[in-house]
Design a protein around this ligand. Structure first.
Ligand SMILES: Cc1cc2nc3c(=O)[nH]c(=O)nc-3n(C[C@H](O)[C@H](O)[C@H](O)COP(=O)(O)OP(=O)(O)OC[C@H]3O[C@@H](n4cnc5c(N)ncnc54)[C@H](O)[C@@H]3O)c2cc1C
Length: 510
């Protein structure tokens, strides 16, 4: 489809960009995708694979042809006996879990976007969530992928099947990867050569490859039994130091979630208790006694440092405690129109012992650049989300935002962190990858890309930066935003404000 209204409806994702594509394709079968890839190879057309469009760093938008995989690949089958689910690329995390739940099973990593994030999108970004602190990112739960390669060939890539013939690492390259990959608990920044070196599985190159190596048509998920008992606590602290000291202690108790709400976020939630920062901790255990016992250990162990405690001994009580976090997003969405919540420094991850320094550095950078921020995230993984909230009616906001982006990149580099813990690199962060990994690892990334997609037709500019990379160009906000019909711009804004990413994008055009 090349209708201008359809193209406009696909010009934005959840991040900061507006890029009007040249065309949109909605394939209904693997054969359609193979045909698209043949066409793209012969015409040198860039294809941008896309799920729900909820990804943050611009991997789901681009100037070529959008390939919308959020509709046509909706098969879902649960095999409870083997604890597996085969989900088409369009199937959301919530749908997988709804189908698995009657068998007492679930897909443990729980992205907050699970209501709409597609199986294809989650695999492509190596998505994660609050429970990742205990259960890892989605990488660990992918048993096999069905993909169509840039050569149009349909393949199934299985865990344990080896490295395949496209790309291998020499011993010296493996040593380089071991030396250069940052030692963070989470990482969705570039091809996962460290995981590939460790497992020898091609699957680990494809997971997290952000639509740049192959198009995913189906995922075979591994499922896990739902633990019988859950409990937790909300713990408030008077200062950042006390909170960061509490984190390693709580991690040692093996929580299933350990979430941070910083004062910069809590100020937007009138219902929140008056504390400088808060940790929400959740435990899952085999018995009610065990789970209550560990909550008791958590509270007793921190009684000197907490200024506020509320506990919950069952699922319903926990839901109540987590309301503070849930209320934060709508509160941010209610900000005045001039103050936009922009995701440009939203996904940094640092070694756990640097968490306090990272938050202190973030607050200082925000102050220096005159841009308010809201800080929250996955404390147990050293992974912090930051919404930048510039006043976009103020002169110079764009330069200030660029400075903030640069400051936070420096900060992460200094702390041995990575720019993305779960959202991916996209277009936004492609140009800073070399600074994190060095030129030799970056050369390996380019080798991977060439091996899988020699003509660079799959999502060019994502992970491997475009020659004219400019992170804050073609923003959806401000004077320079590309023109699209006013009514579609309004609907796209509404999708963003209400997180209605499951809305079929064609509906926005009609
Ligand atoms: C409110 C909100 C909360 C969020 N919370 C989380 C969270 O807790 N954890 C988290 O990890 N992320 C979170 N995200 C980000 C986002 O939801 C995830 O990155 C998600 O995995 C993207 O899925 P999607 O279907 O929307 O993919 P898209 O945004 O459409 O695409 C994302 C990337 O994957 C590629 N891709 C998509 N489908 C395919 C496919 N079939 N084959 C190959 N490549 C493909 C695209 O090219 C792009 O590079 C959140 C986003 C929002 C808006």
């Amino acid at each position: 489809m090349t209708d201008p209204r359809v193209r406009a409806a696909y010009s934005e994702g959840a991040g900061v960009y507006r890029i009007v594509p040249a065309a949109v394709a909605i394939p209904e079968s693997t054969a359609d995708i193979a045909a698209l890839l043949d066409y793209a190879a012969s015409s040198r057309t860039a294809l941008i694979p896309r799920g729900a469009g909820s990804g943050m760093p611009g991997g789901n938008v681009g100037s070529g042809t959008i390939v919308d995989l959020s509709i046509g690949f909706a098969d879902l089958e649960v095999d409870p006996h083997n604890r597996l689910a085969r989900a088409g690329a369009s199937v959301s995390w919530a749908d997988v879990n709804d189908a698995a739940q009657p068998y007492g099973l679930r897909l443990p990593p729980d992205p907050s976007s699970g209501a709409f994030a597609t199986s294809g999108g989650m695999v492509a970004t190596n998505a994660a969530g609050p429970r990742t602190v205990r259960y890892g990112s989605v990488r660990k739960w992918v048993e096999a992928l069905e993909v169509v390669g840039a050569d149009g060939k349909v393949r199934r890539v299985k865990r344990g099947a080896g490295s395949g013939e496209r790309f291998t690492l020499s011993d010296s390259a493996s040593r380089l990867v071991a030396e250069r990959f940052p030692k963070t608990k989470k990482n969705s920044s570039g091809y996962a050569l460290d995981q590939f070196a460790a497992s020898g599985d091609e699957l680990d190159l494809l997971i997290g490859s952000e639509g740049t190596l192959a198009i995913v048509t189906a995922v075979q998920w591994r499922l896990d039994p739902i633990p019988p008992d859950v409990a937790g606590a909300a713990l408030g602290f008077a200062d950042l130091g006390a909170m960061t000291e509490a984190v390693p202690y709580l991690v040692s108790l093996k929580p299933s979630a350990l979430e941070l709400l910083d004062s910069t976020l809590l100020q937007f939630v009138p219902e929140a208790p008056a504390v400088a920062c808060m940790l929400l901790v959740e435990f899952e255990r085999e018995t009610a006694a065990a789970v209550r016992g560990v909550v008791g250990d958590a509270v007793r162990g921190l009684k000197q440092s907490v200024t506020y405690v509320e506990t919950a001994v069952d699922r319903a009580g926990l839901q109540q405690l987590w309301n503070v976090r849930r209320l934060a997003s709508p509160a941010l969405a209610r900000l005045p129109p001039s103050q936009r919540s922009l995701q440009v420094i939203e996904d940094g991850c640092v070694p756990l012992d640097c968490l306090g320094d990272y938050i202190t550095g973030l607050r200082a950078a925000a102050e220096r650049r005159g841009i308010p921020v809201a800080i929250f995230g996955h404390a147990g993984d050293g992974h912090v989300h930051v919404n930048a909230l510039p006043d976009t009616t103020r002169d110079g906001w764009r330069d200030a935002l660029q400075h903030l982006f640069d400051d936070v990149t420096e900060l992460l580099l200094g702390l041995g962190g990575v720019p993305s813990g779960e959202h991916g690199v996209g277009r936004l962060r492609a140009g800073v990858l070399e600074r994190f990994y060095g030129s030799e690892v970056m050369a390996l990334f380019r080798d991977v890309k060439r091996a899988y997609d020699p003509l660079s037709i799959l999502n060019p500019g994502v992970i491997i930066p475009a020659t004219d990379w400019s992170p804050l160009a073609t923003l959806k906000v401000g004077d320079g935003a590309p023109a699209i019909p006013e009514d579609i711009a309004t609907r796209l804004r509404e999708v963003e404000r209400s997180a209605a990413w499951a809305t079929p994008k064609l509906e926005l055009a009609h």
